[in-house]
Write a protein that binds this ligand. Structure first.
Ligand code: FES
Length: 145
């Protein structure tokens, strides 16, 4: 094999490895916008009477509203996309650790949606979308910004 031909073959092999590695790596991540994310400006609401205890959750569409503290003020609630960014597991507020925790592979997220612990057993969970909370007239409102 001529030197030039060898280098061409090597170049194609290297490119194949790089593309394969990229696709492999990309398939582990799930940074896509949730399929059912409402458009900007959308407001969903839950009744305060449904969110009486810390840890209670109400899901409206693709948005979950959690009570994370006592008191009927905005800082007592958070709103995120309703399913885990890893493989769509159910999310739950863990009051002992002050995190949102996925019930499938136990990834954890800070109240502002940042992934603080990866899925157990491998994989990647990206940041949860979060929404703006207001409390008025007996309702907790989550606004998509
Ligand atoms: S689905 Fe949530 S950590 Fe896997």
């Amino acid at each position: 094999m001529e030197r030039q031909q060898f280098l061409k073959t090597l170049g194609i092999s290297f490119a194949t490895v790089c593309v394969g590695a990229c696709f492999s790596d990309c398939s582990k991540k799930n940074n896509a916008t949730p399929a059912n994310t409402p458009p900007e400006g959308t407001i969903v609401s839950a009744n305060l009477s449904e969110l009486t205890a810390i840890g209670k959750k109400v899901v409206v569409g693709n948005i979950a509203i959690f009570r994370i503290a006592a008191g009927d003020i905005a800082s007592s609630f958070i709103a995120t996309e309703s399913l885990c960014t890893h493989q769509k597991g159910t999310l739950q507020w863990n009051a002992g650790l002050n995190v949102i925790e996925c019930q499938s592979h136990f990834a954890q997220f800070s109240p502002d949606g940042v992934n603080t612990r990866p899925p157990q057993g491998g994989g990647v969970a990206s940041k949860l979308a979060t929404y703006i909370i207001t409390v008025a007239d007996g309702k907790v409102n989550a606004k998509v910004a």
